[in-house]
Design a protein. Structure first.
Length: 202
């Protein structure tokens, strides 16, 4: 199974579009987990009421990106996840992302991290560019990389079992680069594919 782990802190306005998008994923064995970092904007109540099939874990304080994801990663591994998608709360996904990820993973057992073509990865991009990229997506291509953005990063659970979880010393920014560097050093491959994902980026 794949577990998608979304860390949220006062991001209800983003959950209103990102969660329906994730729920449109065309993959039979997907669990979606929201890890909430003590939001005060009604995010948790909104998710419970609107998306009852989404699992929710509520932290007592804001554990930031690294700590929040680690809570989700531990739970996903405990429940038998093979792959864990670390997803920001401000994304839109192409419904085939999981299917495409598994197709890539099946080509080489040493692939430990899979990234996508993120529209709005480092600066704001109009969502229409993403819709256009989705329309133009015809053939899957992928190749090795040393840079996969933490906003949408699929990681094999074996990576965490081998090198440990995300380093919480970083708190915000840099922790995704550190995770990748440690994974590569441990002999895992990181690859990025051309399937488009949109990130709000702010």
């Amino acid at each position: 199974p794949i577990w998608a782990c979304i860390v949220n802190w006062n991001g209800r306005k983003h959950l209103e579009y990102s969660l329906p998008s994730l729920l449109s994923t065309q993959y039979p064995n997907l669990e979606i987990l929201l890890v909430d970092n003590a939001s005060k904007d009604g995010s948790v109540e909104y998710v419970h009421k609107t998306f009852p099939r989404i699992k929710v874990v509520v932290n007592e304080s804001n554990l930031m990106w690294a700590g929040g994801n680690n809570v989700g990663i531990r739970l996903a591994i405990e429940k038998g996840a093979d792959w864990i998608m670390l997803a920001n709360n401000d994304i839109l996904v192409e419904p085939r992302w999981a299917e495409v990820g598994m197709k890539i993973a099946s080509t080489d057992s040493s692939i430990g991290i899979i990234g996508y073509d993120v529209i709005g990865e480092s600066e704001k991009a109009d969502v229409d560019l993403w819709y256009l990229a989705c329309d133009n997506f015809k053939e899957l291509t992928f190749g090795d990389t040393r840079a996969i953005a933490g906003c949408f990063m699929m990681v094999n659970s074996r990576v965490f079992q081998s090198i440990g979880l995300i380093d919480e010393a970083y708190q915000l920014y840099g922790e995704d680069n550190d995770l990748e560097a440690r994974a590569l050093k441990a002999g895992f491959r990181a690859v990025r594919c051309n399937l488009p994902i949109w990130h709000y980026s702010e």
